[in-house]
Design a protein around this ligand. Structure first.
Ligand SMILES: [Ca+2]
Ligand SMILES: [Ca+2]
Ligand SMILES: [Ca+2]
Ligand SMILES: [Ca+2]
Length: 284
């Protein structure tokens, strides 16, 4: 299925081509030609047929915009990339031995307690991305959190992931108290859930899901996409509001002319707002 953008672009080009193709016969028409006959071709190949061939050609072509395009829908994003993508889901070890597709442990339990060591950040490097916290906070996997929510009618278990079992959290997970400094790489946990994603090889398309991002206190929050020279390709600001009951929100950028080498998510500190991430998608 083509994306809406692709369809619109192909339609616009197709209509333009149709106008160009049909304009010539009109100007060259015999004064005696009657209405309704101006597209007739004495050789037997109608102009309409030519247009259909052109339309098929355009529909089959992989239209590549020359500017960065932001997607808020995963299916449209992957359509633009022709479906050729790699996912980093934090749910299994990457494919290479010795941990081929084994389940990756959940490092924060349902009550928000730390139950395993912080990630190094390069666990999924073989899939193309390395994760780090610009505040030097600890990265860990998290799954569900037991939480009392007046908004949701009482005790609930909130899913801190896009796909089971794990999402990625910086310091404490949403709906939990800050973790201790000793569990947070020696730095205070101040709800700074900023994240840097370095791509091993620059990628034309990168996307991910953000979980439970509060719209309050969002001034200055952004997502910066940079190229291999460190220059900004595009900046998305502010971060979207993502309430837990809505489910995670996808954000992706496709940039054909300047591949993406780094994503920096700038998330405000000291505001009580913990966010999480999951399901990073890179074009293959
Ligand atoms: Ca996951
Ligand atoms: Ca956090
Ligand atoms: Ca925030
Ligand atoms: Ca925050």
């Amino acid at each position: 299925m083509k994306s809406k953008f692709l369809k619109r672009a192909a339609l616009a080009v197709g209509v333009g081509a149709l106008v160009a193709l049909t304009a010539l016969p009109v100007f060259a028409a015999d004064p005696g030609t009657k209405d309704g006959e101006k597209f007739d071709d004495p050789k037997g190949t109608s102009t309409e047929g030519d247009h259909s061939d052109l339309h098929d050609l355009l529909e089959g072509a992989h239209f590549k915009p020359a500017f960065p395009v932001t997607f808020w829908d995963e299916a449209e994003f992957t359509d633009m990339l022709g479906g050729d993508t790699i996912e980093i889901d934090f749910d299994t070890y990457p494919n290479p031995a010795p941990n081929t597709n084994a389940a990756f442990p959940t490092l924060i339990d349902r009550d928000g307690n730390v139950v395993g060591p912080a990630l190094i950040g390069d666990e999924w490097e073989s899939l193309g991305a390395v994760f780090s916290s610009p505040a030097d906070a600890a990265l860990r996997t998290v799954s569900e959190i037991d939480y009392y929510s007046p908004d949701l009618g009482g005790p609930t278990s909130d899913r801190i992931f896009f796909d089971r079992a794990n999402g990625l959290t910086v310091g404490a997970a949403p709906f939990t108290s800050p973790i201790s400094t000793k569990d947070n790489n020696g730095v205070p946990d101040e709800n700074d859930d900023s994240l840097i994603v370095d791509l091993v090889t620059p990628k034309v398309g990168v996307g991910f899901y953000i979980i439970d991002q509060n719209a309050a206190n969002e001034a200055g929050e952004s997502i910066i996409f940079r190229d291999a020279a460190g220059l900004v390709i595009t900046t998305i600001s502010p971060l979207p509001e993502v309430q837990i009951q809505w489910g995670p929100q996808f954000i992706g950028v496709v940039s054909y002319t300047r591949p993406i080498a780094q994503i920096e998510i700038v998330e405000n500190w000291n505001n009580g707002d913990d966010v999480a991430y999951d399901h990073f998608i890179l074009n293959n």
